[in-house]
Design a protein around this ligand. Structure first.
Ligand code: ADP
Length: 192
């Protein structure tokens, strides 16, 4: 199965993706994780994207599509979970073409719905907890960058809800529910 987890920053896509990796042997493709890896390895591309990411804006389609295309080549027996990708209509079109070329279907797009206020609280808490535990704090996990991230979501990513709805691929889940409840709702959809 190949699935997309769609939703605003802080909606819980990464958390749910990791559960699916553990429980179903799927492969998580998180462009956020890939970009953070690129920046910490100090490559030219990493340097280029660092400033954009810290501000909360989206990096170019070209870069993230390239990252995804590279990972798709390896294939995944249990299927792929796209987490944080696609984030623009151009990325959605590119993903469709890549999957078509592989002869692999996109099975379902699961939207995690969460209120804005809760999203801001979650990322601010995540930063506080990381700090208290002496772990690195994401430079974009603060109220200021969060405003930009939410704006990027509404302007550039939320049109994908209509796009996938029109294709008949969209299912929505209440992302405000407890983590296990969200996982159960996703499992119901995948087992459906
Ligand atoms: P979150 O979903 O919590 O905002 P991510 O870890 O998915 O965080 O992404 C962090 C940042 O990485 C984004 O704010 C953006 O700058 C960049 N990024 C990740 N995925 C994409 C993408 N598909 N297209 C453009 N930029 C991306």
């Amino acid at each position: 199965m190949n699935i997309i987890l769609l939703g605003p920053p802080g909606a819980g896509k990464g958390t749910q993706a990791k559960k699916l990796v553990d429980e179903r042997g799927m492969v998580q493709l998180s462009t956020g994780d890939m970009l953070r890896e690129a920046r910490s390895s100090g490559t030219e591309m990493g340097k280029k994207v660092a400033e954009v990411m810290d501000r909360g804006d989206l990096v170019t389609d070209e870069i993230v599509i390239g990252l995804i295309a590279e990972k798709l080549e390896a294939g995944a027996a249990g299927g792929f979970i796209f987490d944080g990708f696609p984030r623009t209509l151009a990325q959605a079109d590119a993903l469709g073409e890549l999957l078509d070329k592989m002869g692999a279907p996109l099975d379902v797009v699961i939207e995690l719905k969460v209120d804005d206020e809760t999203l801001v609280q979650r990322v601010v808490n995540r930063a506080k907890e990381a700090e208290a535990a002496g772990q690195p704090v994401r430079a974009d996990d603060n109220a200021e960058a969060m405003k930009t991230r939410l704006m990027a979501y509404y302007k550039q990513t939320s049109p994908l809800i209509g796009y996938y709805h029109a294709k008949g691929d969209l299912r929505s889940v209440d992302g405000m529910a407890a983590m296990d409840q969200v996982a159960a709702s996703i499992a119901d959809i995948l087992n459906g």
